[in-house]
Design a protein around this ligand. Sequence first.
Ligand SMILES: [Zn+2]
Ligand SMILES: [Zn+2]
Length: 167
Amino acid sequence: MNDWKLPWEGGCRCGQVRLKITAPPMVTAACHCTGCQRMSASAFSLGILLPSDGFQVTQGEPVIGGLHGPVRHFFCPYCMTWMFNRPPGVDTIVIVRPTMLDDPSWFWPFIETCTREKLPWASTPALHSFEGFPDPAAYEPLMKEFAERFREGFSPRAPTPAKAPVA
Ligand SMILES: [Zn+2]
Ligand SMILES: [Zn+2]
């Protein structure tokens, strides 16, 4: 019995790259930085922090994209979907985009980062907001609270729509 119903599988838009996740998420996030806005072609990106040993590419060969800098952003070489990141200097963590999962319906962002750069209307149900990125020391209590919230089945309310529906 495991609450997360692992393993999860997922893939890119075209299906040539496939992923498998065998470890529970450490934390979930939305990032409003302008880099994520460009790469996601949207207001913010979504991510699941996972231990690297709970993540595998099971099919295809993702390629590096984005800035080709210290953060390694991996893309499908054919459909160019942005699939996951590997942070600089930390081989034990991978950040996977939840919308790659065959079933992302459980996902909501527990934290949001870089709200200083967000589009004025963009809001998420995240319980913790950071103007930049949290201090590395902040992650341990965040991960603990994340595990507790999800174990209790907590689910945030969807943000209230800004306008009433047209009658
Ligand atoms: Zn693809
Ligand atoms: Zn970002």
